[in-house]
Design a protein. Structure first.
Length: 116
């Protein structure tokens, strides 16, 4: 089982990034997918969630209207489009796959730094 995130980097405030997470080793379409982040010195927090079919999404309040989670089940990939980035979005972003009550997988994370 693997979840491999990519797309992080350094971006100026107001800029955009698109994170990707490619899954392998399990039946991706059956799993709810989530993005979490962990800022330095803070606990990990859930940022966005998407249902198995991609029709239902949910966001943490501070990213609503700026971030969009999506998935392509044909490519076993989940995305996080991040717009209007702020310094407080700086964190390591993690991809999470969950099959409730059964399996819970994590990626290694990709670092996002928002700074001028």
């Amino acid at each position: 089982v693997q979840l491999v995130e990519s797309g992080g980097g350094l971006v100026q405030p107001g800029g955009s990034l698109r994170l990707s997470c490619v899954a392998s080793g399990f039946t991706f379409v059956n799993y709810v997918m989530k993005w979490y982040r962990q800022a330095p010195g803070k606990e990990r927090e859930k940022v966005a969630v998407i249902s198995t079919g991609g029709t239902s999404t949910n966001y943490e309040d501070s990213v609503k209207g700026r971030f969009t989670i999506s998935r392509d089940n044909a490519k076993n990939t989940v995305y996080l489009q991040m717009n209007s980035l702020k310094p407080e979005d700086t964190a390591v972003y993690y991809c999470n796959a969950i099959l409730l009550g059964q399996y819970d997988y994590w990626g290694q994370g990709t670092r996002v730094t928002v700074s001028s």
